[in-house]
Unconditional design. Sequence first.
Length: 289
Amino acid sequence: MANVNAMTVDVEEYFQVEAFAQDIAISEWSKYESRLALQMEKLLSVFAQTNVKATFFTLGWIAKAHPGVVKQIVAQGHEIASHGFMHQHLSKQNADVFFEDISKAKSLIEDIAGCEVKGYRAPCFSISADNDWAHDLIAKAGYEYSSSSYPINHDLYGVPNAPKHPYKLANGLLEIPVTTAMWRNRVFPAGGGGYFRLLPFAVFNWLFQKSDVNAVANFYTHPWEFDPQQPRIQSNFKSSFRHHVNQRSALKKLTKLCERYNWTSMADAYLPNTYPQLGTWEKVANGDY
């Protein structure tokens, strides 16, 4: 792996995840117990103990409800970034709704944090070839970079043929995909999330090391992944399993990952570097990237 990699956290509540979107209406969010402060204390404590700086892609909804958490992130030297305002998959938004959502989130988070928000991550990594127009709106809203794509096969997200390395668009926006690994001509997820909890640490670490050794890795997680005491949402078996699997052991695994590699924020890891320009994802299918 590269000397320094990027640690990122998508700051959202357990009841806001896409896996439960069919079970919980947005209008019901305020009725659920918040676990965010407790979960964030766990994460921030691990990062402090292991000398890790991270980027926290924070929902505007969260920033409004928990401004103290935003200020705590910044006070501890981490980067604050935007996860949009309402955690809605891009397939549920048109261009006008999307632009309003990401602009509102950026403005609110900046007001609370007292610093510029440079980065954005779409909920569920939901930018694909079908809605690539979102990149122009992200740039228009004033963001410098996006980390909104995951080049894997998945039922909730992922575009297998998307670029696997950072690239700049014609509008100047830098897009940073989540890290993947190639094995036997297949692409495997190596950037965190549920796969990190599901796989034994040795297996995940093996995949992580098989990603491009010269590239900066882009790892992500969520606060709720380390809270086995969170309330259970009534849902189907698949959604419940993927949400709760190995939450009891996840913090120990994260600590080990933090100790084994060097980590910093997205802005510090990626923005100082230069990247190729890629206008459209069609170049990928043609083998140009």
